[in-house]
Design a protein. Structure first.
Lengths: 117, 614, 221
């Protein structure tokens, strides 16, 4: 980890307002898709779509929100251009957080192994 | 021989004296001393709490203290020793030595550093203030719900505990960010990560654990506070809540917390053993990675504290295996310490005694820990004195012995005087014997069924014999600390004439005068390995000249500031105000006043230039 | 000691000084903020975990997406689902766009374009205030429909999770408003753009947390 010239690093791949606007529009569209998935899953877009979407709503939401998360992190928070250390400072705790969320869901779910209370 | 030669120019940075200079200090060395002194006093309080318990337990059906008071004693003993003892004692060394070890002038955020100390002090005073109201926390240092809910803990006791820990948590979080950034960003040229002293590495990993673990207990404490004051049912079955959720959230914090307690001591031992063996640390890289692995794995074992809650065989097995696995990197460390000593030219001075004592005692504690890892075995051991034995072996035998080694090792650097060797060794032997007399028999008592947290026991259970021995042992322990205190007081009366490098140390702190000048280094020695001062010594033919005190002209240091202390008072006001929700209906005026002080302190801090104009 | 090196300065940031060299080349305040963000991930993870663990376990209503039995005016009555997705979706969109606004403000700050900085920063502050306003309105609406903080597990976990998020947004609004005042006074030249960059990172983080909360709480039945 020797000193880097962060300023020069910046200038190599500098995003423009136009790029930022594109990201904003994609974020908006992804959000709309999330709401549409929700609506489809509960039958708000017609009874025929409901059985298609209901089982996959959670998966769709996870994928869509992950995409939004990544876009904001990489472009708005500049992680794409910034030194890798900063991305690691974000990703590592996120992994631990994900493990804890998953573990607690498993530990409190109804399909625990037989023998639990 | 110490020769303090001042240059002709007068010292630009004459150390200020007087209480205001201490209240406004942002110097990491002074903050370290503040932490250490405060923590030591709290530690003694925790020790007295323990001694009272031990005297009460000396004989069956004893009536020295009531059951209620006993509950407060074990709760406050645990809470004090962990949060007001071991953690801030470690913080003393983080503060004093991390900047020196990496060749920096101070930490990354000196005012934030001061803020951490003031919040710690106020938090410690807050939680102990409860004694004056006869409302000391009394539901165990781990506050299991729903014992800690209103039905079973109606008074202010648990509120003091919950709010006190929240306040202390802020201090720890702020300090963790500070030291993390300092270690990442303020290393001298040549000080690559894999050349840092092992103490810095273990401290670095500790800061990461703090940053990841404390938010979880913060949430748990918020939920408990909401249950107690604002009508929720997070842990109340009558509202659909599950008390076991508290245990999960608490131990997701609590297990990393025990690594937070031990890793700095591991780091200290990794400093002391090489110096007093005149040999480099065996397996530096393995030590780094095993420390990191312990920390990472430490997030995957928490439910081994919950084997008796009926999680089911899958969960039990998972956590049993992960717990057993964590013994492996710990074992690596033990063997590497032995490898460091092996073949070394051992210098039998007090720091070495305590460091070896730490390794030996920790092994014993680790063995009982591995026994706990088996859920069926743990079902017998849990909630008995067997567990009390285990964690005292690792926490006292591990952390306290390690910190004491650090105290003897670094005292000359911090205070410019050598502690008396004879008294040091006496302290060691009394402490070792007293400690083992106190805690080893607890293994027997535990397996014979003596539960934890009981204020007495009937004579028919035949528990008196070992209890009596334990009490005598604890008094011997107390005596050993009196000797330590006497040694310190006696030494502080001597002139400050210790050399810069009394032990032939390897790391950068030994290259500057004892105690260091305010700006630490005039010039940082070159760093080409993890033992820069040994390298210097080798390069100058085995002899290191005594460093001169220089004028420090041209070095600008951050200016002292009152705003960290003011902001700390604001924090106390905001959090402490929750104590009053039942007392009067407009309690939130206290919150608002605290918030006003907090905001004012933050704004003045933010707009104050950190350096004096030059 | 022919290779002795002048010691580094204590602080590696400081708007009043040329930035001091740091080992990583990244200003310390920026590393500090990312460290804080990492830690906050665990904070919100604990809140989200609890929300998910208690999802579907409330003993009484109101419930987010379905009809239920609620205790209203002293007796149990049927009450309808309590979420109003269009309102929250609007707030979500506004918060998302506020991240866009602040990126433009920072772009202006870094290039000395004061009008760009002030304009887009003001837009960000307004967007943040709109979001908080939306949440306050939502909370009040729920309260009037009989959902207090301790009414059931859903209410407690919902209000705690979104309440903490909202208070983080509020802190952000205050922070950004302070910077806006400074920007208007011309006190954020390009050399001090780091001050805004740090605040912007915090702001994006707050947005990112909502990106997780919105589907988890509002769009998962």
């Amino acid at each position: 980890m020797e000193a880097q010239d962060a300023h020069a690093h910046d200038q190599h791949a500098h995003p423009t307002p136009a790029l930022y606007l594109k990201v904003a529009l994609v974020l908006f569209v992804l959000t709309a898709m999330e709401v549409l998935a929700f609506e489809a899953g509960r039958g708000g877009l017609g009874a025929s779509l409901r059985p298609v979407f209901e089982p996959i709503v959670v998966l769709l939401l996870v994928v869509l929100s992950a995409a939004k998360f990544a876009l904001v992190a990489m472009f708005y928070m500049h992680l794409k251009q910034d030194p890798r250390l900063l991305a690691n400072l974000f990703v590592f705790p996120l992994l631990i957080a994900a493990v804890i969320i998953a573990a607690l869901i498993v530990l409190f779910s109804y399909w625990r192994a037989v023998g639990a209370h | 021989m110490a020769t303090s030669v001042l240059d002709h120019a007068p010292a630009v940075h004459a150390e200020k004296t007087g209480i205001w200079s201490w209240i406004t200090t942002v110097d990491h060395k002074r903050i370290g001393i503040l932490y250490g002194t405060t923590a030591f006093i709290f530690f003694l309080m925790g020790g007295i709490e323990a001694l009272i318990m031990r005297i009460q337990l000396m004989k069956p059906d004893n009536t020295l203290v009531s059951a209620e008071l006993f509950n407060s004693l074990f709760t406050m003993h645990g809470t004090t020793m962990i949060f007001l003892g071991v953690m801030p004692l470690s913080a003393m060394f983080f503060n004093y030595f991390i900047p020196l070890h990496i060749g920096a002038r101070d930490v990354a955020f000196p005012r934030l550093n001061a803020f951490s100390y003031w919040v710690f002090l106020l938090g410690g005073l807050f939680i102990n203030f409860s004694f004056l109201l006869n409302a000391a926390p009394n539901a165990g240092w781990f506050g299991y719900a729903n014992l800690t809910e209103n039905t079973y803990s109606p008074g202010l006791n648990t509120d003091f505990w919950v709010l006190g820990l929240q306040i202390l948590g802020i201090a720890s979080m702020a300090a963790a960010i500070n030291f993390f950034v300092t270690i990442v960003n303020l290393r001298a040229p040549g000080m690559k990560m894999l050349r840092m002293p092992m103490f810095v590495w273990m401290s670095f990993i500790t800061q990461i654990l703090l940053l990841l673990a404390f938010p979880v207990i913060t949430v748990a404490l918020v939920f408990l506070m909401m249950d107690r004051h604002f009508g929720s049912h997070f842990f109340l079955p009558e509202g659909g809540g599950d008390p076991v959720l508290w245990q999960h959230l608490f131990w997701i914090f609590g297990h990393p917390e025990v690594y937070i307690l031990i890793l700095p001591a591991f780091g200290i031992v990794s400093e002391v053993l090489p110096v007093f063996s005149r040999k480099p640390l065996f397996g530096y890289t393995a030590m780094v990675f095993s420390g990191a692995f312990i920390a990472f794995l430490g997030f995957g074992v928490w439910s081994h504290h919950m084997f008796a809650t009926g999680m089911g065989p899958f969960a039990d097995s998972f956590f049993a295996i992960s717990t057993m696995l964590i013994a492996v990197p710990t074992g690596v460390k033990i063997f590497n310490w032995l490898g460091t000593l092996w073949g070394g030219s051992l210098q039998f001075k007090t720091p070495l005694y305590f460091a070896i004592g730490m390794v030996a005692m920790f092994i014993i504690g680790g063995l009982s820990g591995v026994m706990h890892a088996s859920p069926p075995a743990d079902l017998q051991q849990t909630d008995t004195y067997f567990v009390v034995a285990h964690f005292h072996y690792v926490l006292f035998g591990g952390s306290i012995f390690g910190l004491t080694a650090g105290a003897y090792y670094w005292f000359p650097k911090m205070f410019g005087r050598m502690l008396h060797e004879g008294l040091g060794k006496l302290h060691f032997w009394l402490m070792l014997i007293g400690f083992n007399l106190t805690f080893f028999p607890m293994h027997f008592l535990g397996l014979n069924g003596m539960p934890r947290r009981v204020y007495t026991y009937p004579a028919e259970l035949n528990l008196e014999f070992w209890n009596r021995i334990q009490t005598w042992g604890s008094l011997l322990l107390g005596l050993s600390f009196l000797i330590f205190i006497y040694n310190i007081l006696k030494t502080m009366r001597r002139p400050a004439d210790a050399p810069a490098d009394p032990w032939r140390g390897a790391t950068l702190e030994w290259a500057i005068p004892s105690p260091p000048q305010e700006f630490n280094f005039g010039e940082v020695p070159p760093v080409h390995s993890s033992t820069p001062v040994w390298d210097l010594r080798r390069a100058s033919g085995g002899q290191l000249p005594e460093p001169r005190r220089v004028s420090g002209a041209g070095i600008h240091l951050p200016r002292p500031s009152i705003w960290p202390a003011v902001t700390a008072v604001g924090v106390l006001g905001v959090i402490g105000s929750i104590l009053f929700t039942h007392a009067f209906s407009h309690w939130y005026f206290i919150t608002l006043s605290g918030a006003a002080i907090l905001f004012y302190g933050v704004y003045r801090w933010a707009f104050e230039p950190p350096f004096p104009e030059h | 000691m022919s290779h002795a090196i002048p010691a580094p300065h204590a602080l590696s940031e400081g708007s009043q000084h040329d930035s001091h060299p740091t080992t990583t080349g990244i200003p310390s305040r920026k590393v500090a903020l990312w460290t804080l963000i990492g830690s906050e991930c665990l904070f919100f993870a604990s809140l989200i975990s609890t929300y998910l663990v208690y999802k579907g376990k409330s003993l009484v209503g109101p419930l987010p997406h379905t009809e239920s039995q609620c205790m209203l005016h002293g007796k149990m009555q049927t009450c309808e689902h309590i979420f109003e997705i269009p309102l929250v979706t609007t707030g979500t969109a506004v918060l998302l766009f506020s991240s866009f606004f602040i990126v433009l403000a920072l772009y202006g700050a870094q290039r000395g374009k004061r009008k760009m900085l002030v304009g887009w920063l003001a837009a960000t502050v307004l967007a943040g205030m709109f979001f908080v306003g939306m949440q306050v309105y939502e909370f009040q609406h729920f309260y009037h429909k009989g959902m207090g903080y301790g009414t059931n597990l859903f209410s407690s976990t919902f209000f705690t999770l979104t309440g903490f998020h909202g208070s983080h947004v509020t802190v952000g609004v205050i922070w950004l408003a302070t910077l806006l005042v400074l920007a208007i006074k011309g006190k954020i030249p390009p050399q001090k753009a780091l001050n805004l960059e740090i605040a912007a990172l915090y702001w994006h983080f707050v947005d990112v947390v909502w990106i997780v909360i919105f589907p988890t709480v509002y769009l998962m039945r």
